[in-house]
Structure formats: structure tokens, C-alpha cells
Design a binder for this molecule. Sequence first.
Ligand SMILES: Cc1cc2nc3c(=O)[nH]c(=O)nc-3n(C[C@H](O)[C@H](O)[C@H](O)COP(=O)(O)OP(=O)(O)OC[C@H]3O[C@@H](n4cnc5c(N)ncnc54)[C@H](O)[C@@H]3O)c2cc1C
Length: 697
Amino acid sequence: MSVTTTHFKEGIDAIPQAILDRLTRVDMPAVRGIDASEQTLDITGVTVPVYTCESLVLGSGAAGMRATVELKRRGVDVLVASTGLFAGTSACSGSDKQTLYTASTDYKGDNFVKYAQSLCGGGAMDFSTAYVEAVGSIDAMGGLQYMGLPLPHDDQGAILRYQTDHDEAGRATSCGPRTSKLMVKVLFEEALTLGVRILPSCSGIQIVKETIDGEERVCGVIALHREEKRNAYGLVFIRCENLIIATGGPGELYRDSVYPHHCHGGLGLALEAGVKLCNITESQFGIGTPRTTFPWNLSGTYVQVMPRIYSVDADGNEIHFLKRFYRTTREMVSNTFRKGYQWPFHSTRMLDYGSSLLDLAVFLEQQAGRKVYLDFLNNPEPVNEGDDFSLDNLDPDVRGYLEKNEALEDLPIDRLRRMNPLAIELYRMHGSDLAAEPLEFAMNNQHMNGGILIDDWGRTNLPGCYAIGEAAGSHGVTRPGGAALNSGQVFGKRVALAIKRSCNDKVDTVVDTAVVSAAIEGALKDADQFLNGNGRKPKEIKREIQARMSDNAGIICTADEVRAGLESATALRHEVEANGLQASSASMVGQAFRWRHMVWVSEAVLTALDHYISAGGGSRGARAICSEAGTRCPDAKVEDLSRFNFIEEQAKDREEKLVVSRVGGGVEISSLPVDLTPEVQREFFEKGWGSYLIKEG
Ligand SMILES: Cc1cc2nc3c(=O)[nH]c(=O)nc-3n(C[C@H](O)[C@H](O)[C@H](O)COP(=O)(O)OP(=O)(O)OC[C@H]3O[C@@H](n4cnc5c(N)ncnc54)[C@H](O)[C@@H]3O)c2cc1C
């Protein structure tokens, strides 16, 4: 029998439009929420509906939906409540090839210890957590493939890979610009097949705790449900034994942000309930299109095709600003290319004319009030006279990459069409034709690596309360691109395992209705106060917080600016405590609750940052801590950058997490040592098998 193999000669640029559409215009399944609960509580004459479940998942991004599916498969009664079913970063964000970072199945396979070291190498993350994510990545990915995630693979079945940020091994893979949206889609389809109960348009505003045998634990969540009409605010109580916070990151903290709108996260909710946070000093910033247009990350091929970069001043003059920073055209374009896989800003990459010198240059143009553009129709302008851009004059890694991908077309737009037509399609879908006009971009906040403090099972310090995905603070200082999505999948499964195990030895408890009633009464009073009060409006508070965070706690920080930011943040919190906030109608009280939380979150981030800098903490992750006492300074061809003299990272800071708690009237910082030793306890089969069977029950 003869076997015929078809070899496709065409590159990715030959893909039919229907396939491009399927990967960019992702249709989400129709979801029907559960019927209104008939169970109610009467709280001082107000009817409050009550929903009951074993496990409540708050948030329906990729992380929350993975936990949901894994819980349901294990027979746990799970309910999902979410502000926006297809809102949040998983459903709405992406990049040229939105990345999933998993153990490579390619060629000779992977080394989990090395993988784990790539996750925790930047410090502030235990090796054990990193190892759990490394080992769990195989199942995270396999599960998604089983549910229908179209990850590209070769004819032998090995997933296609490329290199991403902080990734020496090339563990990245992608379904295209919309990887996380496709993840949400397949997870929702699975959840619907499994018959999961879902409460759409329902936002948790307060965690309720009860005390059992002297120990506080979760007993439910007070939420606002947009469909609920039995009281003025749509307030409901969801009784649960376990709460999984999967509310994503606090994208609304910054003005200059590439998060989709309305990402508030759950850090304020957690802090208010005494749940500890960690590493909230750690974020990612990089280039992207701003929220005022279509928020999208500009990593990967968008920059690897080396478009012309320029700014425009108030009089409409075009400025080739990068020529003041880089010494030669080759240096400038090779570092533009490297932004593809060195996407987040990092202080040390400003040195030696590296790729973050470009970030700094863009940041300075923005500060000077000029708009910055990527032009895919023209090659970069020369840095020096006669030093024209040429594909024959690139650093070897850059030239090699383009050669391997057969992308040596004359113009950036043709190189992009060759390497990633989906990247063009995506912007076209959102009203920008890269083949016809330049694209405005900026330095933006994109991700919070810190969040709720969890252990290796996703447990927080509050019994019954778990956190996963971007809400969790498990990502360390320099996570490789794609590790965030993987972490949400791995911990989505781990919390399900932990909850299932805890169900096996569960003791039935009776809800303390007096505690619940008192909590609901308090929330109703707050809502009344927001409606009738004369405090400031949430949108004013939002404007103030976002401006302060972007101006005082962005990529360039000084001790004085952070301290000044903290003082104003604390003053704002005192003001909100004294005067409350003002909601324009009963349906708007949710905004007031959310911005009261954000007041605390912003103060918490600034307190942690101030503490870190005061203790001598240097530049790491997303921020350069600038000071005259700094020992490193970026150079530029003609620009004076001496004011960006920065303090270097202290090795000892890698060995701890900064823990943040809300205590009494303020924010308290402590630290927790982390263990970076790459040691794995090996279990022998028969010994480990027995204990596994007992734990699983
Ligand atoms: C532009 C951009 C590009 C990115 N690219 C990558 C990448 O290539 N690789 C990678 O790994 N990561 C990337 N990330 C990060 C990654 O997308 C996120 O960390 C991840 O999607 C978060 O998933 P999540 O499920 O934790 O939260 P989300 O997807 O944000 O979901 C949160 C959910 O919680 C709901 N919610 C919020 N508050 C409440 C509440 N109080 N009550 C009820 N529901 C609530 C929201 O409506 C939403 O449904 C990128 C992020 C951005 C912004």
C-alpha cells in the first residue's frame, strides 16, 4: 500500500479567509443563566434572594472556567457568578500570537526542573509552585486540546513552538491572536455540556465569613445581580462552602493600560475580607494600542517585521525620535525586532542600547505629549546619513529568524502578511487597516504578576477561599510570556482537586444566619449611603487613581514620587471612609462598591512599593527605580539619560514575597521567605500510590 503525503508549499500567508475569520472572529456559545432562586431572606423589610452551592466560582475567564469544569467533572456542585461572562482579559485581550507557555512536546521533550527555573528565576516565587505549574502544564494543554482548542501541531503530533519573553527554551505556542478567547470558548462549551449552573451579570461585592470552632471561614458572597428586581439594588446572597476567586487582574488601576475596560479584579474584595495579597509591586508594562482605541499587545511579529517608528507633535510634524537613542540603523531595527520576544519593559534591557531603550524612548515621547506610531508601509528611516535600512544589515539572530520564516519581503506589511496575516486581520476587524494607515501605540500597563497569596493548592489564608488566574499572586517577578494563561489552567485543576479532597472529610455545618443577615444589612446600608450620600462620584475617584498610578508608579519610579503617590492615596482613602461615594442611581451602586475597593488596592500597591524602595529595593520586573545613588545608567546616542540612573536589584529581594494585609485602619506589609532551591521530592510508585488512593477517597 502506498501512502501519499501532501506537502504544502504555501506559507501562512496563503491561508483562506474563512480560516482567518474562524481564528479572529470567535463566536461564543449562547449561555442561559439559571432561574431566579425562590429562596429569600427578609432583611429589615428588604427581600434578598439566596442561591446555594458547594463551590462558587467568581469570574468566568479562562481560569475560572477551568476550575468550573474540573469541579463539575469531580461531582462538586458548582455555580459560576460573573460580572461579564465574556468580559475580562481572557475573552477580550491578545496579541499577534497570544501565547500559552507549556512544557514542550517537541523533539526530545522538556525538562521540568529547567522549566520551573524559568518561571521562578526572577525570584519572589517558590520553586515548588513553579514546578507544579511546569508539570501541570502537560495536562493543562492536553485538557484544552481534548475540549477542542486548535493548537497547531506537526504531522507527528508535536505542538509547534517559538520563543517568548524570559524564555530560553522556546516553550511558547499559540492559536493566533485569540488564544485565550478560544480557551474561554472551549471551556464554556464543556461547562454547558456538563450542565454547570451560571449566574451572568452578577458581581461579588463582599465576602461573608462565619466562625466555626473558633476559626473563620468563607460562608458566602454578597453580590449584585443585574437581572434581579426584588430589591432596588439587585442584591443577592450566594451561600457557598468554597469560594474560588477568579476575577482577573486590576486593569482599571492605570490610565495608560492595555487591559480591556471594566477589569477591576478582586483584590479589594479579598483585602476587605482579611485575605492576604503578595507581590503586588510586580506588574508588566509594554507597548500596545491604548484603551482609547482597541487595546491590544504589540509583541511578536508586529515588531519582528521592523515597521518604521515615528512620533507626531502638536503641529503635525513627524519625528524620527529613535535616531536620538540608537547609534546605527542596524542597532535600532535589531532591537525593534527583539521587542517581539523581549516585550515587557525591563530596566537592564535599557542598558547597552538594548530593547527597553525603545520602551524608554516611547515613554518620553508620550510624556512630551507626542503621539507615537508604527508604520507598516515603510521601512525604518536611517539613524545616520547613508546608513539605510537593509535586510542584509541585521544582527545575526534577527536575520536568521527572518530567513527561517522565509520572511525577507521588501516592506514590513509584506513581511507581516507572510509571517502572521491573522495579526493584520485582527486590527482590520477593529477598524485599523495596517495595510493602509499607521497605527498609534503607547507604553501601557498589561498584567499584575502579584495578587492574592496562595499556596501550591490555590488556598488563601482564609479557609474555604481559593484564588486562581491573574487574581492569584503566584507569578513571580519575571514570568515568561504565556505563563499567566498556563498558571490559571493548572491552578484551576488544582483547586478542584483540593476541594474534592476536602469534601471527602467534610463535616456538615449550619450557616450562622445572624452573621449572614448582619453582613447583608451592612451592605444594604452602604448601598443606601452611596445612593443618598454626597461623597465624590466613582468616575472622579477613578480618574484620580488612574492618573496617580500611571504618573507615580509606572515604569520609571523615584522614591519621592512613590511616597507622594502613597500620601495622596491614603488621603483619598480617608476621604472615602469619611464621606463615602455617590451613586447616581440604584443601578449604579456597583460602581461605588468597585471603586471603594480600588481605593484600597491602589493604596496597597503604593504602600508595598514604598516599603520595597525604602528598604533599598532596586529595579526589577517592570520598574526602574531611579535615583542619583543608582549605579547603572542607560546610554543613548545623543539624548541625556542621566536622570534615569537606576538602583540595581538586590539579590536578597528574590528570596522573599512581600505580603500585604488590610489591618484595622490601614495596610500592613510583611515578608515571607521563598525557597528557590530546585529540589523535587521523588515519590516511589507503591508508596505514593497508596497515599494517592486514600487522598482521592
Ligand atoms: C493585551 C494583553 C495580552 C496578553 N497576552 C498574554 C499572553 O500572550 N499570554 C499569557 O499567558 N497572558 C497574557 N495576558 C494575560 C492573560 O490574558 C490574563 O492574565 C488572563 O487571561 C487572566 O485570566 P483570568 O481568568 O484570571 O481573568 P479574566 O479573563 O480577566 O476574567 C475575569 C472574570 O472575572 C469577572 N469578574 C471580575 N470581577 C468580578 C466580581 N467581583 N464578581 C464576579 N465576577 C467578576 C470578569 O467579568 C471576568 O469574567 C495578556 C493580557 C493582556 C491585557
